[in-house]
Design a protein around this ligand. Structure first.
Ligand code: SAM
Length: 283
C-alpha cells in the first residue's frame, strides 16, 4: 500500500493510503498532489501538507465562512485570499447579501486541478457572475490594490511555508485592514494550536495592532491533525464577535443555510478557548 505521509510537524505526521494517484505536479509555486483515499475520498496536498479532503472539507469551510458572514450580517463585498479549491467561495456565495466576491489565488493550477478532480468543492462557484478571480500574490494585492473596500476578508492560505508564508506577516494584516470597511471582519486559518503554538502567538502579536478586537475561534477538522485549529479574527467592532445565540439563530434561519457542521451555538461556543490556548495568547 502506497502511503502519503504529511511533513508539517517535526517528528509527527498523519499517513493516508494513496489508493489511486489522480494527479501530481510541481506547479510554478508548489508541489501539488491529488489522490483517492478509501476513507476521506479525494485528498489534495500542497508541499506535503494536506489542504482539503472531500469527506471533511465542509467542517472547515462552513466555520471559516459562516462565522464572519453571519456575525457581520450584511456583507455585500467579500475578499478571499488563497482558497484555490473553491470551498470558501462556494460557501460565501450562499449568502444572499453578497454582491461581489474577489478571490486572489497565486496558483492557477490549483483552481484548474480542483475544478477537475475536486468538483464538489467549488460546485460551479467559479462561474458565478458575482465572482472575480485574480491570479496574484495575496500580499501584493492587499498592499497595492486600488479597489473599493470589503465587508469581510477571508484568508484561506496554506501554512506559513512556501508561498503562504507572507500571508502571516504584519504587512499582510496591515494590507487587509486597509481594504476592510470600518465595521468589517477579517478571518484567517491559523494552524492547529497544539502542534503550531508559535503560529498563534505570532498572529496575536502581528494582528492585534490593527484591530481593536483580535481573537481566535476554534474548529476541529479531522485532517488538520493534532487538535483544534485556531481561526484568527480581526474586527474594530467589539460586539461583532460577541453576538448572542438567539440573534445568530435568527440570522441563520433567515439565511436559508442548511449546514452540516455550523450551528449558531457552535458559532458562539467556538470563541470560548481552552486554558492552554488562552495562556498562549496572554504570552
Ligand atoms: N484550507 C487549507 C488550509 O487551511 O491549509 C488551505 C486551502 S487552499 C488550497 C490554500 C491556497 O492558498 C492554495 O490554493 C495556495 O495556492 C494559496 N496561496 C498560498 N500562498 C498564496 C499567496 N501568497 N497568495 C495567494 N494565494 C496563496
Amino acid at each position: 500500500m502506497k502511503l502519503f505521509t504529511e511533513t508539517l510537524s517535526d517528528g509527527y505526521g498523519q499517513s493516508l493510503s494513496i489508493d489511486e494517484l489522480l494527479f501530481e505536479q510541481q506547479t510554478e509555486h508548489q508541489h501539488l498532489i491529488i489522490f483517492q483515499n478509501r476513507f476521506f475520498g479525494r485528498v489534495m496536498a500542497l508541499d506535503g501538507i494536506v489542504q482539503t479532503t472531500e469527506r471533511d472539507e465542509f467542517i472547515y469551510h462552513e466555520m471559516m465562512v459562516h462565522v464572519p458572514m453571519l456575525a457581520h450580517g450584511a456583507a455585500l463585498r467579500v475578499l478571499i485570499i488563497g482558497g484555490g479549491d473553491g470551498g470558501i467561495l462556494r460557501e460565501v456565495l450562499k449568502h444572499r447579501s453578497v454582491e461581489k466576491v474577489v478571490q486572489v489565488e497565486i496558483d492557477q493550477a490549483v483552481i484548474d486541478l480542483c475544478k477537475t478532480f475536486l468538483p464538489n468543492h467549488s460546485a460551479g462557484a467559479f462561474d458565478d457572475p458575482r465572482v472575480e478571480i485574480k491570479i496574484a500574490d495575496g500580499m501584493a494585492f492587499v498592499c497595492e490594490a486600488d479597489i473599493e473596500p470589503f465587508d469581510v476578508i477571508i484568508s484561506d492560505c496554506t501554512d506559513p511555508v512556501g508561498p503562504g508564508e507572507v500571508l502571516f506577516s504584519s504587512k499582510f494584516y496591515e494590507g487587509c485592514k486597509r481594504l476592510l470597511k470600518s465595521n468589517g471582519v477579517f478571518v484567517a486559518q491559523n494552524g492547529v494550536v497544539f502542534m503550531q503554538p508559535d503560529e498563534l502567538i505570532n498572529t496575536q502579536n502581528r494582528l492585534s495592532p490593527y484591530f481593536k478586537d483580535t481573537r481566535f475561534y476554534t474548529v476541529a477538522v479531522p485532517t488538520y491533525v493534532g487538535g483544534v485549529m485556531a481561526l484568527a479574527w480581526g474586527c474594530d467592532d467589539l460586539q461583532t464577535s460577541q453576538l448572542n445565540v438567539s440573534l445568530l439563530h435568527q440570522r441563520y434561519e433567515a439565511s436559508g443555510l442548511n449546514c452540516r457542521y455550523y450551528t449558531p451555538s457552535v458559532h458562539a461556543s467556538a470563541f470560548h478557548l481552552p486554558a492552554y490556548v488562552q495562556n498562549l495568547i496572554a504570552k
